[in-house]
Design a protein around this ligand. Structure first.
Ligand code: XMP
Length: 508
């Protein structure tokens, strides 16, 4: 398989660069700038992209790399900091720019393989305070702006290219064409990264690895474990056992839907453990959010491992880990390994033949594409994020069966209404919360004293920050009307108009 290396110098867009490359059907992987050159040489990359970074190349404490990388015969594209780094490595001149450029800026470009099919004048996204004041020997300047004498440069003989702007962000009008040009015109890629190939290759690899042994997968009903289950089922059918722990804190009918999907559409052994009552007993009287999370998490694995201990034969343990969980970040002096939140610690007395992570090379959007191709229903493939502790963190205070039921019903009405009016595509996440607040209302001639439901809906790309969604009033009115009419014991609905920060997406 053709591979592009995204060498990470700590820029905020490193994953985006890799995703854009993959969108152009070429596999890209991210490694930190601390990766030794011998390791890079051994991997036979078709090309290397240096990412941006928050630093100055002439600050020696900032990330650098041996300039030998420019001599190994592999094409390089430097972006922003990566562009300045190439200039610095090749003995050009990098200085603090008299005028920093930030935002959409027009460049004027010359003929270059990178600018094939790109108009001479076009808009790019800039974000830099240093600039290249003199291109190194052997390099030709191929783009300028009013304030930047070297917005792009190239050494065609050595196949080295560098752009001061960010082609990976959509604000750069022709950025994707430029990246594509690097991949196809410069690196000579043919574009073999397509999801059909991925499925065929992965299924073949899984068959070989698993042989006639068994595999166990913990299925949560989320996107990643569902797609992992679909792939494994295609590879080994009944040798796969999926264990689905239903803690009673999923959305309305969700457990049944997961069971129906995997027992009717896929060939596998499906074990559903219904343990809602057991969870509620453990959570009795508990109101502190952190303690609730802890109990739910601990109990979940207690149930899961005790189910695994019942399995007769020792087999492989599969997990739905995806690529962003595996990437080592190039930020800071040493490569910091991100917390692998999807990876699970196996207890000492549970033994497996090995761990299988069939999605470890995929970004979320690729996981979804694979899921669709495997025939997993849209409701699962496009499922919005759902917290591990489920509705447990959407009911403030103590959990009871009655409160769970009220919240499930209200949340179902919200989802149903959003699906009917098609507004859900505008939202990253939306759900109901039950704040455990009783208010006075009036229904017919009667005074009521019933529950309050909160609606939370946000837009965001990364969930680190989020905006409260400006849902049209008429939709909110309809949802409120339906919830108070259709859900027993709810007499009031409020809408959460808090962004993150200062709020979090979840209420607990
Ligand atoms: P917050 O509330 O931290 O949520 O702004 C950000 C995103 O993370 C999800 N979330 C969780 N996911 N286990 C999870 O798997 C959790 O304990 C958890 N808490 C929050 C939340 O739904 C949102 O998408």
């Amino acid at each position: 398989m053709e591979k592009i290396l995204v060498l990470d110098f700590g820029g905020q867009y490193n994953q985006l660069i890799a995703r854009r490359v993959r969108d152009n059907n070429v596999y890209a992987e991210i490694l930190p700038y601390t990766t030794p050159i011998e390791e890079i040489k051994a991997k036979n990359y078709k090309g290397i992209i240096f990412t941006g970074g928050p630093n100055s190349v002439f600050d020696m404490s900032s990330p650098h790399y041996t300039k030998d990388i420019l001599e190994i015969g592999v094409p390089v594209l430097g972006i922003c900091y990566g562009c300045q780094l190439i200039a610095w490595m090749a003995d050009g001149k990098v200085e603090t720019a008299p005028v920093s450029e930030y935002g959409k800026i027009e460049i004027t470009s010359k003929t270059s393989p990178i600018f094939k099919d790109v108009p001479e004048k076009n808009i790019v996204w800039m974000s830099h305070t240093d600039y290249i004041s003199e291109a190194p020997n052997g390099f030709e300047i191929v783009a300028v702006t009013d304030d930047c004498p070297c917005a792009a440069m190239q050494n065609t003989e050595k196949k080295l290219y560098a752009v001061q702007f960010h082609p990976e962000v959509t604000h750069s009008e022709y950025g994707n064409i430029m990246l594509r040009n690097f991949l196809y015109e410069v690196c000579g890629c043919s574009g073999d990264w397509v999801m059909d190939n991925f499925i065929d290759n992965t299924v073949a690899k899984l068959k070989e690895q698993i042989g006639d042994k068994n595999v166990i997968l913990g299925l949560s009903g989320g996107v990643d474990s569902s797609v992992a289950a679909g792939l494994l089922s295609r590879a080994v059918g009944k040798q796969l056992t999926c264990v689905f722990v239903d803690q009673g804190l999923m959305r309305k009918d969700e457990g049944d839907f997961v069971e129906k999907t995997f027992t009717t559409l896929f060939d596998m052994n499906f074990v559903r453990v219904n343990c809602g009552e057991q969870f509620l007993a453990k959570l009795k009287g508990v109101t502190d959010p952190e303690q609730k999370r802890k109990i739910i998490g601990t109990e979940f694995f207690n149930v899961f491992w005790s189910e695994i201990r019942k399995q007769q034969d020792k087999g492989f343990f599969a997990q739905g880990t995806i690529y962003p969980d595996c990437i080592e970040s190039g930020k800071g002096d040493a490569a910091v390994i991100k917390t692998h939140h999807n990876r699970v610690n196996v207890p000492d007395d549970v033994e497996f033949l090995g761990v299988i992570e069939p999605l470890a090379d995929l970004f979320k959007d690729e996981v979804r594409k694979v899921g669709e191709k495997l025939g997993i229903p849209k409701e699962l493939v496009w499922r919005q994020p759902f917290p591990g502790p489920g509705l447990g963190v959407r009911i403030i205070g103590e959990l009871t069966a009655d409160k769970i039921k009220i919240l499930q019903e209200a949340d179902w009405v919200l989802r149903d209404e959003m699906a009917k009016n098609g507004y859900e595509k505008n939202l990253a996440q939306f759900f109901c919360v039950l704040p455990n607040v009783m208010t006075v209302g009036v229904m017919g001639d009667h005074r009521t004293y019933d529950h309050l439901i909160g609606i939370r809906a946000v837009t965001t790309d990364d969930f680190m920050t989020a905006d409260w969604a400006k849902i049209p009033y008429d939709i909110l009115a309809k949802v409120s009307n339906r919830i108070t009419n259709e859900v027993a014991h709810v007499n009031r609905v409020v809408y959460d108009i808090t962004s993150k920060p200062p709020g979090t997406v979840e209420w607990e």
